[in-house]
Design a protein. Structure first.
Length: 202
């Protein structure tokens, strides 16, 4: 019975692959223009003014496949027959229903940020934030003109959203809790580096 069950599962998988094999999405000819037909508003305008939306930077998503550089090939997504749905889905960042898996999200970011294209490599695997509950979008925002966590003055609220106890319970610097609005967090804490010890400290 076991072999029969395995054979049936294999046959079903083969049928599935044969049926959906031709439904592999491709990059759209129109690029972002296709996306803007449905996705508009302030977040999209902000994106065009961000580092990711700069077409003059040959390494930015805007200079490559535009929206599809991060969200994946969208030919099926935009097709009239599927109306924004379809299989396989695009990569949706964040958390909750509809969001891509954590590994898919991190993989999409690291495709450009692993340093292979000439940019400075961003270390994530093996860092203190490399855990299943944390993806890049937990800290970073792409659809904004300036990513808050990258600016000293707006950085602390992003970190304190998870590290709430540190707002008042942070070890004293001198005789007082640090002024996070002035100092930020990254001046002392380097989250994109490997820890000094295997337990994840430092």
């Amino acid at each position: 019975m076991l072999w029969a069950s395995l054979a049936a599962d294999a046959a079903a998988q083969t049928w599935f692959e044969d049926f959906f094999g031709h439904r592999k999405p491709s990059f759209t000819e129109e690029g972002a223009a296709s996306c803007y037909l449905c996705h508009a508003g302030e977040s999209m305008r902000a994106m065009s003014d961000s580092v990711h939306g700069n077409p003059d930077n040959p390494l930015s998503p805007a200079a490559l496949q535009e929206c599809e550089s991060c969200h994946g090939p969208g030919s099926i997504h935009i097709s009239r027959a599927h109306g924004g749905r379809g299989f396989p889905p695009l990569i949706v960042f964040g958390y909750g229903d509809g969001a891509a898996s954590r590994d898919a999200q991190v993989g999409a970011c690291m495709y450009c940020h692993d340093g292979h294209n000439g940019t400075e490599a961003v270390i994530f695997e093996g860092t203190v934030h490399d855990r299943m509950t944390v993806n890049c979008s937990a800290c970073h925002r792409a659809h904004v003109r300036s990513d808050p966590v990258m600016e000293r003055g707006s950085q602390a609220p992003v970190c304190l959203a998870c590290h709430k106890a540190q707002e008042q319970g942070h070890p004293l610097v001198g005789r007082k809790v640090p002024d996070f609005s002035r100092m930020g967090c990254a001046g002392c804490h380097r989250v994109h580096r490997l820890p000094k010890n295997p337990d994840g400290g430092g």
